[in-house]
Write a protein that binds this ligand. Structure first.
Ligand code: PGA
Length: 254
């Protein structure tokens, strides 16, 4: 089963209109492998979604960084899945560790969000990952399995889910997981999917890595058999994001 390489750029809470235009110009002018080889999705803050969607090349897609757990209504400050669909935004990132840890989103809440947004026709980049403390206490697998279980409890069709393994200790720290560390968790997560969700879903679901990915470390990570792409934070705001997109060819030539 071939899984198309996936590169997501998570811009987080960054950017002015001018900076966003500059990033989009760099992306639009870049020569990258074709859509058959790599799927590219960038995720600006909500306020720039419309602008990025209208300026961005058509072979790249746009994702929101979050959305509300159910249908919209009296939920001040929230953005609903229906609104994203109406705006023509195909993807949403859910369960990012910054939301789990800073905004206290529980596994169950994230599972509900994934199920609801999928039901509305959005595609989801669902994030899981352990803290340093959890890794050091040997519970990495138990943590990512519990996070994934909360999604599996509510979702039956995984066609529109990309699973992002993002160890919290590697996010924004410059301390990237080694290729062996990433491969080990990706392998175990796929095995978990195989044993708990199903063999076909395990072999077709893309598991991407996130946490201090940059232009220099991406190729070695991309070469790992169970690493199907990346979710990139800091480096997605810089021209080196193009090099990360190009690392998809490592897979093609493997
Ligand atoms: P980083 O962030 O690449 O800046 O470590 C990754 C993420 O949070 O998705």
């Amino acid at each position: 089963m071939t899984r198309k390489f996936f590169v997501g750029g998570n811009w987080k809470c960054n950017g002015t209109p001018n900076e966003v235009k500059k990033i989009v110009t760099v992306l639009n002018e870049a020569e990258v492998p074709s859509e058959d080889v790599v799927e590219v999705v960038v995720s600006p803050p909500f306020v720039f979604l419309h602008m990025v969607k209208s300026l961005l090349r058509s072979d790249f897609q746009v994702a929101a960084q979050n959305c509300w757990v159910r249908k919209g209504g009296a939920f001040t400050g929230e953005i609903s899945a229906e609104m994203l669909i109406n705006l023509g935004i195909p993807w949403v990132i859910l369960g990012h560790s910054e939301r789990r840890l800073i905004l206290n989103e529980s596994n169950e809440f994230v599972g509900d969000k994934v199920a609801y947004t999928l039901s509305q026709g959005l595609k989801v980049i669902a994030c899981v990952g352990e803290t340093l403390e959890q890794r050091e206490s040997g519970s990495t697998l138990a943590v990512v399995a519990a996070q994934t279980q909360s999604i599996a409890d509510k979702v039956f069709n995984w066609d529109n889910i990309v699973l992002a393994y993002e160890p919290v200790w590697a996010i924004g720290t410059g301390k990237v997981a080694t290729p062996a560390q990433a491969q080990e968790v990706h392998f175990e997560l796929r095995k978990w999917l195989h044993d708990n969700v199903g063999a076909a879903i395990a072999s077709s679901t893309r598991i991407i890595y996130g946490g201090s990915v940059n232009g220099a470390n991406c190729k070695e990570l991309a070469a790992q058999p169970d690493v199907d792409g990346f979710l990139v934070g800091g480096a997605s705001l810089k021209p080196e994001f193009i090099d990360i997109i190009k690392s998809a060819t490592v897979k093609k030539n493997a």
